[in-house]
Design a protein around this ligand. Structure first.
Ligand code: C2E
Ligand code: MG
Ligand code: MG
Ligand code: MG
Length: 281
């Protein structure tokens, strides 16, 4: 009996693995055509000023509406796109789309909204990223200071000399640079001081843990103080409750992003947000 159960378990396991491999292969095949098929879109999540509550910008988040699988989350296809060498064209599409949208909002009287765009490791290490972005800003007519790239700590580690050079090339365009998911990777104080980073985004895991105990709250307070001492702006991610908002505000956090203020939304819904109204003109 035990033997049979074992065999069944193995059979189940194999079937399950086959299915996963099948799924992955299918996703991979379809990912190659995703741009031509027009299945990608961007959702925009508001970033609000901590003091006034006004929307000051948005993070562009990639969405893939798959005909059969439905909404495929970015964490499921972006690493794959990196692996199979498709992140270049996809990343370029994201940048162009986000800049086009931000320019539309500017023209439409929504004011100067800063658009934050996530960049993958592979994309960051392409030597011509700065030139590509320069071309996109030129084509879309978006003022450079309204674009902010979100990078992660792991991208900046390694060859500090080369990283510094890449970051300065980007800075020379006049765009902003943000460090995403801060606190989840390794970055030394020395690197933070050395690199031209404008914004630090506190990872949502710290924000989420604040309710539970004083520990996370003092970490958050320390991160904010440190960032300000380096003249960086601080954005808190994943703000879900009014209590978190109060705590962050007390510690001097500059901007906030999270479900409390708004989910990632399609552009039409974003521009109807109440916190945007009155900002026109
Ligand atoms: P991220 O850049 O840290 O983005 C924040 C993620 O947290 C988003 O997940 C957002 O929907 C989610 N989020 C926002 N507010 C809250 C909240 O209050 N509570 C909770 N629980 N979650 C919240 P999403 O859209 O699934 O994106 C996941 C990750 O995928 C992003 O993390 C980013 O690393 C990556 N990603 C998304 N779009 C792109 C893109 O265009 N290019 C690249 N390279 N990566 C992207
Ligand atoms: Mg991000
Ligand atoms: Mg993040
Ligand atoms: Mg994250």
């Amino acid at each position: 009996r035990a033997k049979e159960a074992g065999r069944n378990a193995i059979r189940f396991f194999t079937v399950e693995m086959d299915r996963q491999v099948q799924d992955r292969l299918e996703i991979e095949q379809e990912l190659r055509q995703v741009l031509e098929r027009g299945e990608l879109s961007l959702a925009y999540q508001p970033q609000v000023d901590a003091g006034s509550g006004r929307v000051v910008g948005a993070e562009a988040l990639l969405r893939w509406q798959h005909p059969r699988l439905g909404n495929v989350p970015p964490m499921r296809f972006i690493p794959l796109a990196e692996e199979i060498g498709l992140i270049g064209p996809i990343g370029e599409w994201v940048l162009r789309e986000a800049c086009t949208q931000a320019r539309r909002w500017l023209e439409g009287g929504l004011g100067e909204l800063r658009i934050a765009v996530n960049v993958s490791a592979r994309q960051f290490h392409e030597l011509d990223l700065a030139e590509r972005i320069a071309a996109i800003l030129e084509q879309t007519g978006l003022p450079a200071h309204l674009l902010e790239l979100e990078l992660t700590e792991s991208m900046l580690m390694g060859d500090a000399e080369r990283t510094e050079d890449m970051l300065h090339r980007l800075k020379r365009l006049g765009i902003g640079l943000a460090l995403d998911d801060f606190g989840t990777g390794y970055s030394s104080f020395a690197y933070l001081r050395r690199f031209p980073i404008d914004t630090l985004k506190i990872d949502q895991s710290f924000v989420g843990a604040m309710v539970a105990g004083a520990n996370a709250e003092s970490i958050v307070a320390a991160i904010i103080a440190m960032a300000h001492s380096l003249q960086m702006r601080v954005v808190a991610e994943g703000v879900e409750t009014a209590q978190q908002q109060r705590q962050l505000f007390q510690h001097g956090c500059d901007s906030m992003q999270g479900y409390l203020f708004g989910r990632p939304l399609p552009p039409e819904e974003f521009s109807a947000l109440p916190l945007l109204r009155g900002q026109a003109g």
